[in-house]
Design a protein. Sequence first.
Length: 117
Amino acid sequence: MKFKVDENLPVEVADLLQESGHDAFTVLDQQMGGQADTSLAVVCQREERAIITLDLDFADIRTYPPSQFSGLIVLRLKQHDKFHVLTVFERIIEMLETELLHGRLWIVEENRLRIRE
C-alpha cells in the first residue's frame, strides 16, 4: 500500500511502514511542511496514498469523504510522545493485513479501532 505520513507524526512511522513492505513518504520528504490540509488531501488523492495523521480534521467525513481516498488513518491518542505513537502504530501495521483501508476512515485510539465508510 502507499501512504503519506503527516508532519505531526514521528518520521519513524514511515520507517515502520517501509520495513513492512509498504510505500511510505512523509509530508516533509516531499517538501509539503506547513501546507493546508486541503492541499495535502489533493496530493494524496492524486498519488493514491492513504493519509496517516493526528489531525482530527481528517476525521470529518463531510469535508474528507473516505470514498474519495485510498484511506484515512486518524490517530486519536491521549498521549502524543514518540514512544506511545510508535507503540500504537505497530498495532495498526498488523491491522493492515486484516482490515480494508481503501475508501475508509480508521479512527485509532489506544484500545480500539473505529472504521467509517
